[in-house]
Design a protein around this ligand. Structure first.
Ligand code: ZN
Length: 326
């Protein structure tokens, strides 16, 4: 029998269910076989894309679960190696899906048509118009996973030339993308946290185990909203900062709340999520956050980046830097 014409849907159906088309002879089948394998691979790609889309629909929650499990069973050294290896596959996949130049990442310098979404879609976050929290459509870089919040701090550091040689820098609850930036020989770098996987020093912010006036700079982002006695933590941060030193102390906050809202009777994680917008948040800062920083001694102000940078690097246009000096 002569080779029959190529019937793509029929071919795909046969290739995936373990039987051959009955209208072709063996020779024809043999010539089709390599194509058949190719099509099976195509089908696997479609399945992968479906799984990926499912992750997107569920706001990356399954990915977070997998990350947590992997972190528990694989040693840190091996995990970092594995992540580096996997990066190649991940990069290839996202470059195909999000090909474009609309948004750029300040860390990895890659450009995409869009970034990945991040944050929760909770009523309280929408009602209080929380800046630095809540759902953002273009938040996470598909290549290096830096968040919009990380890029904001990175661009601010660059714009104001805040990093310099031989400085002593304390980085609390280290964001991996920023941490890579600071891990250089000419910076005396200290990463600290109570639990973080990437922190070298286990430390309670309410009891910082370093002498007064020790650090040239401090970066402590999205930490204070988790601490019940945040004033004590602020006082400690102020104590260990050198006179003339600077600190970036970002928190999510509500521009519609004049007074910070906190209620110590709300202590169950589910209640906190509903009322404060996250399982371990203990308050929603209002516009008086800057006064709280000033009350412990900081010269605190809000600083902005220019609008072009905000668009190009997919930042939240309303998010500003809480910049403090001693
Ligand atoms: Zn990136």
């Amino acid at each position: 029998m002569a080779a029959c014409s190529f019937n793509l849907p029929y071919y795909i159906l046969c290739s995936g269910h373990g039987f051959q088309p009955t209208t072709v002879d063996q020779n024809t089948w043999n010539t089709w076989l390599p194509d058949c394998y190719f099509l099976i691979h195509c089908r696997l790609s479609v399945y992968s894309a479906c799984i990926f889309m499912a992750f997107r629909v569920f706001e990356l929650k399954p990915i977070m679960m997998i990350k947590k499990i992997v972190k528990k069973i694989i040693p840190k050294k091996h995990l970092l190696l594995l992540v580096e290896k996997c990066l190649f596959i991940k990069t290839f996949m996202f470059r195909m899906i999000y090909r474009g130049s609309r948004y750029s990442c300040s860390f990895c310098n890659h450009s995409f048509s869009r970034f990945l979404p991040s944050g929760f879609k909770l009523n309280v976050l929408k009602e209080k118009k929380i800046i630095g929290g809540g759902y953002r459509l273009n938040a996470t870089c598909p290549y290096c996973s830096s968040s919009d919040r990380d890029r904001l701090v990175h661009l601010f550091l660059k714009e104001h030339k805040l990093l310099y040689r031989h400085m002593r820098l304390l980085h609390v609850a280290p964001e991996r993308s920023l941490q890579k930036l600071f891990e250089r020989k000419d910076i005396e770098y200290f990463s600290a946290d109570l639990k973080s996987y990437f922190a070298e020093i286990k430390m309670d912010l309410k009891n910082i185990k370093y002498p007064a006036n020790y650090f040239d700079a401090i970066i402590c982002n999205h930490v204070l909203e988790h601490i019940v006695d945040d004033k004590k933590a602020m006082r400690e941060l102020y104590r260990v900062l050198k006179p003339g030193g600077w600190a970036i102390l970002q928190v999510p906050y509500s521009p519609v709340l004049k007074k910070t809202f906190e209620d110590s009777s709300i202590s169950r994680p589910k209640e906190r999520k509903m009322v404060f917008g996250q399982l371990s948040h203990v308050r929603i800062y209002g516009t008086d956050y800057i006064n709280r920083l000033q009350s412990v001694g900081f010269q605190a102000k809000q600083e902005n980046l220019d609008k072009n940078a905000t668009k190009k690097f997919a930042l939240n246009p309303n998010e500003m830097i809480f910049f403090c000096k001693k």
